[in-house]
Design a protein. Structure first.
Length: 613
């Protein structure tokens, strides 16, 4: 196994400058098609152009138009095509007087782009043009001159290569569905090429870039984003059940996939048998994908090919409007059900997250405190980037004190304790007893130090993105850590020029989660490396008097002994030492990424040598 000591960040980055504007940076397309709803034949491709060998019929109609679109006027749908392409379709639903069309004409204009250009092939850069063409063709779908012109302008060559805006340096981006490659003893599928592009001064995030929804992701999921992040790190199969429109949910699929990337600072330190460094985004799926999902499930259970198993077991994240997929709980590991838009609840309606069988997944009390710290840090960024704002801009008390009370009744965006009980685990009796005892025994000093350590840890995950963050140089991350913790294509030009303030919040969110991931993997990796002889313990042979080495448990050839994870390690990883779910998460990370079991040693109180909690 590779050594998993704390990584030293690179001091410089050589990255291509990339513009988010201009036709030179729009990825070439491998197919362009027009789908029209026919009351008798259903959705039908009435116009198409594609590179030779790229099949469209019987595939893109269903992927481009998920169930329920008839209830909305427009939508953008992302999907993955089987032939190494990402798809994007713009849907338009306009009223008409034709009796056969049921007084509505529904059409979609879509493209396929090579996944070699990134996780979505940068397909979103075609979104505005597709929407404009869809709106015009919904009025008269026979006027296809614009489609012809668009195909001729953006069609792909026989072997398209990712390119920068200047066209001089290819941007390395792995195909999303290709197996990872082995390099120097490791499987490599770098996260550094999968993020959204950073840009020189004077440019902005393109209007339809999925990363624009990162703030919305936090607002909608609240502290639930952390158990979802942990599930994604374990490379679970995550299905998000939603209603039309699906554009925002597709963005969330992209966001969670990016947030759960393995940062480059620790990617090289993982053993070859570790899962892929990125979670596979499938975007929109439906009933027509069930056979493929069932086939994959069968292969997950029985295939012994290492490369194929690594790809299959890499997990995925997708969204669907077909409720039947949510009912087939053998096809997914985690189900997220989005709240309906028609909900009339007085308070916030949270998404529900559950395992098969309806077992709920909730955030921990530590997640709640970390979420508030993250939101407070992002508020400082926003305040500093507004006209007239500064690092010293006054903030409300709720922003300057992100920690809730130990009872867990503090608010998240105005939510009451009762509302949070639906998504946050209650405080355990052990934690209450420990907190009360330490307060009594140390007149509040121990608890103050415990909360301070949490605050320092959370602040270090975002300190260099937020102005005037109260973190000392000894505990705060350096600028190099900021560069190292963000995907390189997010950070293009970062070392040579200031990054655009508009993207600062999005970049900070990505950096926060990547650093959290790095802390988890580094701490567990160090615990594994500290155990130099995991298969052997020196034991005395009472019969012969000779010392001999035996595997733990007294039998040769057994499994390696578990690594020990104590309460200090929980603190370093930003996890909740009182949560059984976080303890199980650590055990699974140790098993999945390092092939080892883990033995959890939590906090407790001893009185006269007797452990009371």
């Amino acid at each position: 196994m590779a050594t998993a000591s704390r990584a030293q960040p690179s001091l410089s980055m050589h990255l291509p400058a990339s513009s988010l504007n201009g036709a030179a940076d729009i990825p070439p397309i491998s197919a362009l098609f027009l789908i029209v709803f026919d009351v008798k034949a259903g959705y039908t491709i009435v116009w198409k152009q594609a590179l030779p060998g790229l099949e469209l019929e019987g595939i893109v109609e269903y992927k481009s138009l998920p169930s329920g679109l008839h209830t909305v006027k427009e939508d953008l749908i992302y999907f993955v095509h089987e032939a190494g392409h990402a798809g994007l379709s713009a849907f338009a639903n306009v009223p008409c007087d034709e009796e056969d069309a049921r007084h509505a004409r529904m059409i979609a204009v879509g493209v396929l782009v090579p996944l070699s250009f990134g996780r979505l092939g940068r397909a979103w850069r075609h979104a505005e043009s597709l929407k404009e063409m869809a709106a015009k063709l919904a009025v008269d779908h026979k006027q296809t001159e614009a489609l012809e012109a668009y195909w001729e302008q953006h069609r792909s060559g026989p072997n398209p290569e990712p390119r920068s805006a200047r066209g001089d340096t290819p941007i390395a981006s792995p195909i999303a569905v290709q197996p990872p490659r082995r390099t120097k003893g490791h499987f490599r599928n770098r996260s550094s090429s999968d993020g959204a592009s950073m840009f020189p001064p004077g440019h902005t995030l393109s209007e339809y870039h999925p990363a624009r929804s990162l703030n919305a992701l936090l607002d909608i999921f609240g502290p639930l984003v952390f158990p979802l992040h942990r599930a994604a790190l374990l490379r679970k199969r995550i299905l998000i059940s939603c209603q039309a429109p699906v554009h925002e949910t597709c963005n969330f699929v992209y966001d969670l996939s990016v947030l759960s990337n393995i940062p480059q600072s620790v990617a090289d330190l993982l053993p070859a048998e570790a899962p892929t460094h990125r979670l596979r985004p499938l975007f929109t799926i439906g009933v027509h994908d069930i056979p493929a999902l069932m086939q994959e499930q069968t292969r997950r259970e029985g295939d012994d090919d290492v490369t194929l198993r690594d790809e299959i077991l890499g997990g995925w994240i997708a969204c669907t409007t077909d409720s039947i997929l949510a009912m087939k709980d053998t096809l997914w590991d985690v189900l997220v059900t989005m709240p309906t838009s028609t909900s009339n609840a007085a308070g916030k309606t949270w998404p529900t997250v559950e395992y098969p069988g309806g077992q709920p997944i909730k955030a921990t009390q530590r997640d709640l405190r970390r979420f508030r710290a993250l939101k407070a840090g992002l508020a400082r960024i926003v305040a500093a980037t507004r006209p007239g704002g500064s690092p010293g801009t006054p903030r409300s008390e709720s922003m300057t004190n992100p920690r809730p009370s130990m009872s867990g009744t503090a608010l998240v965006d105005g939510e009451s304790g009762d509302a949070l009980d639906k998504v946050v685990q209650p405080t355990t009796w052990a934690e209450l007893a420990y907190g009360g005892f330490m307060w009594w025994a140390s007149a509040g000093e121990q608890r103050h130090g415990y909360e301070h350590d949490e605050a320092v840890h959370d602040a270090s995950l975002i300190a260099d993105w937020t102005p005037a963050m109260p973190v000392t140089p000894s505990t705060g991350p350096t600028r190099e850590r900021m560069v190292d913790s963000v995907p390189s294509s997010f950070a293009e030009g970062l070392t040579s020029s200031p990054f655009d303030e508009e993207a600062r919040v999005e970049l900070a969110i990505v950096a926060f989660f990547h650093r959290l991931t790095a802390d988890i993997l580094t701490v567990i990796g160090e615990a594994v490396d500290a155990d130099q002889n995991p298969y052997e313990d020196e034991e005395s042979d009472t019969d012969s008097g000779d010392a001999r080495l035996l595997p733990r448990g007294g039998s040769r050839g057994g499994d390696p002994r578990p690594v020990r994870i104590d309460s200090t390690a929980f603190d370093l990883m930003g996890l909740d030492v009182w949560s059984a779910a976080d303890g199980e998460f650590i055990k699974k990370v140790a098993e999945v990424y390092f092939g080892r079991g883990a033995e959890i040693e939590g906090k407790g109180i001893e009185v006269c040598g007797l452990r009371v909690c």
